[in-house]
Design a protein around this ligand. Structure first.
Ligand code: 8GP
Length: 782
């Protein structure tokens, strides 16, 4: 493949851009390389086979930069590197190419890892979503405050997509009709094991513009239809874990769901006509959270209207088709739609939701002990999407063991009682191609030299590393790789952020969306406690540490933005204090995204995973850090529990209250008592209100202070128990710091984390979905 690939790159440049390799600019090179790669895979892509396919419906796919990972999976990255080097070029130039950030955070990135894993494991699975013109906003800072700007991810074009004009479909709303035009991206499995498709829909007007209005110079009116259509796929909603119930958001959801189902129906009907009973033998549809849940009444509608099936005939087919994944128990993220709004946007769908509700009630009546109230899909003028998702699916899964238990016991106990067999767990995973081979080629090479390259497609192979935990030569090399990654990050940070961080420091990193439950604020307060301790001599022999943060806050999330500002203020103060210069550095990196993660994670010594117990459904950055050899400093929450189970409690740092503890103290939690009792706690919290730091007069620091001590406006104290866990956290941090000084011993801890990471491959996760939920079997090489 490599040779043809090199030839095609040159041919593309000569024919399409009329330029040769040495003289080509970034845009031309990006197009040439990508198009040449697309040509190599075309034949395989166009012949997808005929077995049952899984369809992953998701409003978000946080893909990141595609060029490197595609070339890695095609095994032509090295050949490109050589070709470029021979012509005085460096493939690092493609780092200028924007990430495709068509997602917010964990849920969207998981979808992207699943695509990579399904193709690699030869599981026929296609993704379906929205081709947002603007993905997640770009972040920059002004006086330490987050500011947002639009992210035009197509600045260098989109050579990885193919527009399929002939497969566009109409999507109808109560007040609007638009085209959905599919753009297909190949999803290339490792070594081209299989090539699946990510189909993203773009909204376009049915009429380009209204000529009569145009002629009468009423331009706004002439283009109104176009603008209103394009709006549907214009922007990704930048909220993570909250739901605002916006009309446009509902339209976006129905837009991609309706288009995707029409596409599946057309393919199905080409084979079976309108005999729909075989549908679940041909397609399994996974609903990535409730965002695509309108697919349930919509498919019911299609079966009943097109196939003239009765509800009793259609519903079992629908239910056998769908499965639902829950990604959060945050109440504010559970989608509910106002019935009036729903009916005005989707009048044709609403009656089918009523049918579902009636069907559910009939089922409940036959179970004598069940009261219907707590199950109602339509309740007090609102539609409960999670309830509809559970009722209309044959499988409901959580994303880590603890999370699934919480769903069963606490969040959805009435549903678990009704359908115990429906609930199952699928612990998340990450793709080791992007999160080790690509982002840490140095460690990847060391591992391959030691145990061979099997880990690339079977991460359990990492177990073979364990015996080397006693091999000091190997540990020395392992430590040398970490050092190298820290040097690389350090020079990148110097260039990007203008901050000098010595690679001699320990690197302690927390990167994820900014949310109160993730407790970046607790991290900040604990840094302040250390800072005060170092200054007044309470903390002795402190190993120099760089505290790094990366996070975006939803633009309307005032407290989250206040926390960013607070951390920025702390950074300013500490970094400017000559007394701690050689001990501490704090940095909040700008515009944290997938590509930034690829640089930060391999350089970490300590992975911060400090959510309040029971709040983080799983987490996935915890797995990326572990794989790259960082110890977890974290709470007993989400997948952290499974991580320490694999890597050993003794190789990680777990602290703080557990779910059981919090259940016990609920209602009695008294943060003010802790604040009064513990001078250290008081000292750090007071900095929010005593003038130590400035919030620019916004009042947000006082608001944060009060949220911790008194809770939200309705006077419940902090839901996330920051003061409860703060001192145990500081202690755990000091323990890490002390342990780090024994470099060989600490390296061994890191090493056992890498060796224990086998379970956390998304290859394992997706194989479980395929076998246990979809009944889809991997198509082994033909
Ligand atoms: C996230 C969870 O917070 C995280 O623990 C988990 O690892 C990840 O999903 C993948 O399962 N949840 C979300 O990203 C989420 O709920 N996003 C909101 C937009 C709905």
């Amino acid at each position: 493949m490599a040779e043809g690939f090199q030839r095609d790159i040159q041919a593309y440049l000569e024919l399409e851009a009329n330029i040769n390799l040495q003289d080509a600019g970034l845009r031309d090179l990006y197009q040439a390389v990508s198009k040449a790669a697309m040509k190599q895979i075309r034949e395989k892509w166009e012949n997808p086979g005929s077995g049952k396919r899984a369809c992953y419906f998701s409003a978000e796919f946080l893909l990141g930069r595609m060029i490197y990972s595609n070339l890695l999976n095609m095994k032509v990255l090295d050949s490109l590197r050589e070709l470029f080097a021979d012509n005085g070029l460096n493939i690092a130039m493609f780092e200028e190419v924007e990430d495709a950030a068509l997602g917010n955070g964990g849920l969207g990135r998981l979808a992207a890892c699943f695509l990579d894993s399904a193709a690699t494991q030869s599981i026929p699975m296609d993704g379906f979503g929205i081709r947002y013109r603007y993905g997640l906003f770009k972040q920059y800072f002004q006086n330490g405050f987050q500011r947002e700007e639009a992210d035009g991810w197509e600045r260098f074009g989109d050579p990885w997509s193919v527009r399929r004009e002939d497969e566009k479909v109409r999507v109808e709303f109560g007040d609007q009709s638009v085209y959905a035009v599919p753009y297909d991206m190949p999803v290339i499995g490792y070594d081209c094991a299989m090539i699946n498709t990510l189909r993203l829909w773009q909204a376009e007007p049915v009429r380009e513009f209204d000529f009569p209005s145009f002629n009468e110079q009423r331009y706004e009116e002439a283009f109104r239809e176009r603008n209103e259509a394009e709006m549907l796929s214009d922007v990704l909603y930048p909220n993570d874990d909250t739901d605002r119930g916006k009309r446009l958001r509902l339209k976006q959801q129905y837009f991609f769901v309706s288009a995707s189902l029409q596409c599946l129906m057309a393919r199905y009907e080409a084979r079976y006509g309108r005999e729909y009973s075989h549908f679940p033998e041909v397609y399994a549809v996974q609903l990535n959270d409730t965002h695509p849940t309108v697919a349930i009444p919509e498919l019911l509608r299609l079966f009943m209207e097109r196939g003239e099936l009765s509800y009793e005939e259609a519903f079992p087919i629908v239910r056998s088709t769908f499965a639902y994944t829950n990604h959060t128990i945050m109440a504010e993220a559970l989608e509910k739609w106002d019935v009036g709004l729903f009916m005005s946007v989707l009048p044709q769908v609403y009656p089918y939701i009523v049918m579902l509700q009636n069907g559910l009630f009939r089922e409940l009546k036959s179970e004598a002990s069940m009261e219907t109230g707590r199950y109602a899909i339509i309740e007090n003028g609102r539609l409960h999407m999670a309830r509809m998702a559970i009722y209309g699916s044959h499988s409901v899964n959580g994303v880590a063991e603890l999370h699934t238990e919480i769903l069963k016991r606490t969040a959805l106990p009435e549903w678990y009682r009704l359908y115990p067999q429906r609930f199952n767990n699928k612990t998340n995973g990450i793709t080791q191609r992007r999160w080790l081979a690509l982002c840490n080629p140095e460690l990847a090479a060391l591992i391959t030299r030691t145990i061979g390259e099997g880990w690339l497609t079977d991460l359990q192979d990492l177990e073979k590393l364990r015996p080397y935990g006693q091999d000091s030569e190997l540990l020395r090399q392992y430590a040398a790789v970490k050092r190298q990654k820290k040097e690389q990050l350090s020079s990148y940070l110097q260039k990007k952020e203008g901050v000098c961080i010595s690679p001699d420091f320990m690197f302690d990193i927390q990167v994820k969306r900014l949310h109160e439950y993730k407790r970046q604020l607790m991290n900040a307060l604990s840094i302040l406690d250390l800072y005060f301790g170092v200054k007044d001599g309470r903390v002795q022999n402190f190993y120099p540490t760089a505290f790094l943060f990366g996070a975006k806050a939803a633009p309307g999330y005032v407290r989250a933005k206040g926390i960013i500002k607070f951390i920025q203020e702390i950074a300013l103060k500490i970094n400017a204090d000559p007394q701690v210069q050689d001990k501490m550095k704090v940095l909040f990196v700008t515009n944290y995204n997938v590509s930034y993660a690829e640089k930060l994670i391999p350089a970490a010594d300590v992975s911060e995973q400090i959510s309040a117990a029971g709040t983080e459904a799983s987490g996935t950055s915890n797995m990326k850090f572990m794989l790259n050899g960082a110890v977890t400093l974290g709470t007993y929450d989400g997948a952290n529990i499974e991580i320490v189970e694999q890597a050993g409690m003794e190789n990680n740092y777990i602290f703080g209250a557990r779910v059981e503890d919090l259940d016990r103290i609920k209602g009695q939690y008294d943060p003010r008592a802790i604040y009064e009792r513990e001078p250290r706690v008081k000292a750090v919290l007071d900095t929010l209100v005593d003038g130590t730091f400035s919030d620019g007069g916004s009042g947000v620091f006082r608001e944060l202070y009060e949220s911790i001590l008194y809770g939200a406006s309705w006077h419940t104290p902090d839901h996330y128990y920051i003061l409860l866990d703060l001192l145990p956290y500081c202690d755990a941090r000091m323990k890490v710091n002390a342990d780090y000084k024994d470099r060989e011993d600490f390296t061994r801890k890191c090493f056992y984390n890498t060796a224990g990471a086998g379970k956390f491959s998304s290859d394992r996760t997706i194989l479980q979905y395929a076998r246990e939920i979809w009944g889809v079997t991997p198509n082994l090489k033909s």
